[in-house]
Write a protein that binds this ligand. Sequence first.
Ligand SMILES: C[S@@+](CC[C@H](N)C(=O)[O-])C[C@H]1O[C@@H](n2cnc3c(N)ncnc32)[C@H](O)[C@@H]1O
Length: 273
Amino acid sequence: MSTEIADHYAQKLNQETIITQLKAAYPNGPTHFQLAPIDQLHIGGIKASLKLIDRIQAYSPQSVLDIGSGLGGLMRLASERLEQSITGLDITHGLNQINNQLTALSCKDTSTSLITGDAHALPFADQTFDLIIFQHSLLNMPDDVQVLKECQRILKAGGRIIMHEVLQGPQFSEMVYPVPWARKQEDSHLIQEQALLDLLKAANFSIECMDDWSQEALAWRRRQATKEANIEQQKPPVSPAMVLGPEFKQMGANVMRNLSSQAARVVEIVAQK
Ligand SMILES: C[S@@+](CC[C@H](N)C(=O)[O-])C[C@H]1O[C@@H](n2cnc3c(N)ncnc32)[C@H](O)[C@@H]1O
């Protein structure tokens, strides 16, 4: 399992090109918005992360873990906005290496720490964190029961999970691939809403909120498609294709199709221990 995930996210990665192009384009260091094409690898981009951070802020957590932190866009933004340290964990070591370099390049006022590890066996002591975030990462995980068991273990009493995830929609049978998180069906692990809520309850979490972000997600994806159509002329220093390869164009189009057909949905869920 882990080899496939690392292959999916790291096989097209070119660390040297990404860092060289960023340094050349932004000698004073890129902003969060300038990094967003590669470090906000979820539907909704930086706007969705800002919305998520507002939600996190409302709970005033002292210790936050971002599971499946990718290239770290949410971590850096949250650390700056919440003025606190954020821990990231990701199974793809190649992404973590670049994440650390992006932080060094870009941020003066952020504090982040990063661990390479698997959400199914979290390398943390019991009751370590107040809040755990999943932003488009549960969708890659084959054993949600084990992942939630681990979350329950490392959360402090009253701690929360916040998920910004893609779920199966009512027309799931119409799902098309590749999508940004999986090149083929076997590598995608979308779950139905009710099944996820049931698993959370079975793992002793109480559901505090369940919001559907699908319409916003679809509107965002449509705007991105227009921008991406002109990308050849714009020649931006970084683009999602630098992580996901030339197939990204098709992946983006398929996300739009899957949201339009209601094969997939985008939701935010908050659950408390
Ligand atoms: C679609 S990307 C999202 C990255 C980031 N959260 C974002 O929104 O930009 C999914 C991330 O989850 C990570 N991931 C997948 N399975 C994982 C696992 N079992 N444990 C930890 N990280 C995992 C991948 O390596 C990848 O970085």
